[in-house]
Design a binder for this molecule. Structure first.
Ligand code: MF3
Ligand code: CO
Length: 250
């Protein structure tokens, strides 16, 4: 799948797709409380996406069985919602969601606290979000793709966290995953030159412990190998000649 440069018309559609996704994230965030199941979170997200006239793009994506990825604690990404999986006070929960509006995809992820959480867990969430913003400082036309990767890595390094290497960010548009792939760790090559009109999903996944991950037997859920907790922060952005536009912020 090639890198695509969006026209003004396509950019408007991406903006709307992402604006609607931000509303979905807001509603899911406000619903989070101890005692709810991860399936309830999926139902809230799925219902709102459809009410907004959109299609949940994760559902049936390579057979993924839900609309929202709900990943708890040591689950990094792609947790499968389950009515028996109950969120507990002190947990952290990563919600990854996307939708299709008039053929255009959006994708964003947030990690939330469930009730009161430890200062260590809160710091992991905060640093993961901040690493995204460190990365996109470099996201402008004329810079190179791996300037983003290197900036995320440099921001995380002093914290000693593990940066997940097996999953990366990606281009996005009329498909959920377009080229280029966007690693969140330092690269030797510069990568491609960024151009105005590229839309990218940048998504650091950061572990409190080591970077290594493994896949559970459900073939979806990615967990940390060492059992340490993990946070995720993702937005769909637009490259411009100046500052990037973050399309999925509320
Ligand atoms: N949001 C994920 C990404 O950033 C995609 C989820 S794949 C699914 O690439 F199958 F779980 F939907
Ligand atoms: Co993504």
């Amino acid at each position: 799948m090639a890198v695509t440069i969006k026209s003004e018309r396509e950019i408007e559609l991406m903006r709307e797709s992402c604006r609607l996704l931000a509303i979905v994230h807001k509603e899911m965030e406000e619903s989070i409380r101890p005692g709810m199941s991860t399936l309830e979170v999926d139902m809230i997200g799925d219902t709102l996406i459809r009410k907004l006239g959109c299609i949940p793009n994760f559902k049936n994506y390579h057979g993924y069985p839900a609309s929202i990825c709900v990943s708890v604690n040591d689950e990094v990404v792609h947790g499968i919602p389950n009515k028996h999986r109950i969120l507990q006070e002190g947990d952290i929960v990563s919600l990854d969601a996307g939708l299709i509006y008039k053929g255009y995809h959006s994708d964003a992820a947030r990690t939330h606290a469930v009730g009161q959480i430890s200062p260590e867990a809160q710091k992991l969430i905060d640093v993961t979000r901040e690493s995204f913003f460190a990365g996109i400082k470099m996201a402008k036309a004329g810079n190179h793709l791996h300037d983003i990767s290197n900036a995320i890595d440099a921001f995380i390094k002093p914290h000693g966290y593990g940066i997940v290497r097996d999953l990366v960010g990606h281009g996005i548009g009329t498909s959920l995953h377009e080229d280029p792939q966007i690693p969140n760790f330092a690269q030797k090559r510069r990568g491609m030159k960024l151009q105005a009109g590229m839309t990218l999903a940048i998504e650091p996944m950061i572990n409190m412990g080591r970077a290594d991950v493994e896949w559970l037997d459900d073939d979806w859920t990615v967990v940390t190998e060492d059992g340490s907790w993990s946070a995720h922060y993702e937005n769909t952005i637009l490259i411009t000649d100046g500052e990037p536009e973050i399309l999925t912020l509320y």
